[in-house]
Design a protein around this ligand. Structure first.
Ligand code: GLN
Length: 377
């Protein structure tokens, strides 16, 4: 049959994790922690399973969780979204992104995304018959707002930003929010802000959520992830926040897509979120891991590219090999025993910068063992 996504194969994350398993390599490729969820959170899930909370949740999510999300958002960013009309619990952030783009972007319209960008955005846009317009980030992975402004056309429906940024770990500043306000002022352009790593920001920097801008939040869908924050990527728990006019449309898709999300886990997260320390502790924990990994890698020939957020660290390997990054990542997995993600997959043109992405959401022992192998090169 003719493919709707002729240029899409199996994602690099699936490919590299499979290869890591096959060759017994230390897996620093796909982004997931190798340590467990907090026992008291697991206890809460059990508790609600045993108390009979095992049937369909309300379509937008259980009220207690939406209330907890509203309070958390207010506490973090000074804005309390409406519990009934603006918050929807989704199957991971990817369902939030998929349902939002499906509901809001039509065939023939354009969505501006950055280059490099997380691999899922462009195929989701193209499935709508819409066009992804790529705007290159600067060499420091910052957004070039002049180029964004130049990429806007009468067909531009949405601008998609992602901070902290996967794969680079770059974060946006207040000036970026101001630039986005200026570009969208007086237009109908929507913003999708993928903020799944909102709680993983380092060195005393603040996550600049679009919620901080009164102007932006009126035109903005924000997507977020419990999987990233609470080390539970397999639970597939995410959510989105958007103004009522947008949420109404997005829920039309959500209700016929995943419909509702795992009920007992929603109740458990609602309890767990009551204590802000649960998400406030995450940045410090990951900063320690980042610093541990960087220190362990210091004697190596890999050159780190500064990361301000996420649990990813980019490393330039050009002093070690002139292999292309996909070939090098495969070789590293098979011959050295460490799996990482080649970054060319995040570029529209597959550009090879000789840079790999390493996930440091791992036990120190895991990071140490990986660094020892990498330092031997
Ligand atoms: N977000 C994860 C990463 O960047 C991958 C998730 C997936 O495999 N789809 O590594």
């Amino acid at each position: 049959i003719s493919s709707k996504l002729p240029n899409v194969g199996i994602t690099i994350f699936t490919k590299m994790s499979k290869m890591a398993l096959e060759y017994g390599a230390i897996n620093l490729s796909q982004g997931f922690p190798d340590f467990d969820v907090a026992p008291d959170l697991i206890d809460r899930v059990h508790h609600y399973m045993k108390s009979g909370m095992n049937q369909y949740a309300p379509m937008p999510g259980v009220p207690a969780l939406r209330e907890a999300i509203a309070n958390k958002t207010e506490q973090c960013y000074g804005y309390k979204p409406n519990v009934d009309t603006e918050i929807t619990v989704t199957c991971g952030a990817i369902e939030a992104i998929h349902s939002s783009i499906s509901a809001l972007v039509s065939a023939g319209e354009e969505v501006i995304i950055m280059d490099p960008a997380y691999d899922a955005y462009q195929p989701i846009i193209e499935l709508q018959g819409a066009k992804a317009v790529r705007v290159p980030l600067t060499s420091a992975y910052a957004i070039n707002w002049q180029s964004v402004a130049e990429a806007v056309t009468p067909q531009t429906k949405m601008i998609l930003i992602n901070s902290p940024h996967n794969p680079s770990g770059a974060i946006i500043s207040e000036e970026d929010l101001a630039a986005l306000e200026e570009i969208t002022a007086g237009t109908e352009i929507l913003v999708l802000s993928d903020e799944v790593y909102e709680h993983i920001v380092f060195d005393g920097e603040m996550h600049q959520s679009v919620f901080k801008s009164e102007k932006l939040r009126k035109r903005c869908v924000v997507t977020a992830s419990f999987g990233k924050t609470f080390h539970a990527t397999g639970w597939r728990m995410g959510y989105l926040i958007a103004p009522e006019v947008l949420t109404t449309e997005i829920r039309k898709v959500h209700q016929f897509n995943t419909f509702t999300i795992h009920t007992p886990t929603q109740y458990a997260l609602a309890d767990y979120l009551q204590n802000p320390a649960t998400y406030e502790a995450v940045a410090k924990m990951y900063q320690q891991k980042r610093d541990y990994f960087l220190k362990a890698m210091k004697p190596s020939k890999f050159k780190p590219i500064p990361s301000n957020g996420t649990y990813f660290q980019l490393m330039d390997y050009s002093a070690i090999s002139d292999k292309g990054d996909i070939e090098f990542a495969e070789w590293l997995t098979k011959e050295v025993g460490v799996a990482a993600i080649p970054t060319s997959v995040f570029y529209a043109d597959g550009r090879d910068n000789k840079v790999l992405r390493f996930c440091f959401a791992k036990h120190e022992d895991t990071l140490k063992a990986a660094a020892e192998k990498l330092c031997a090169l």
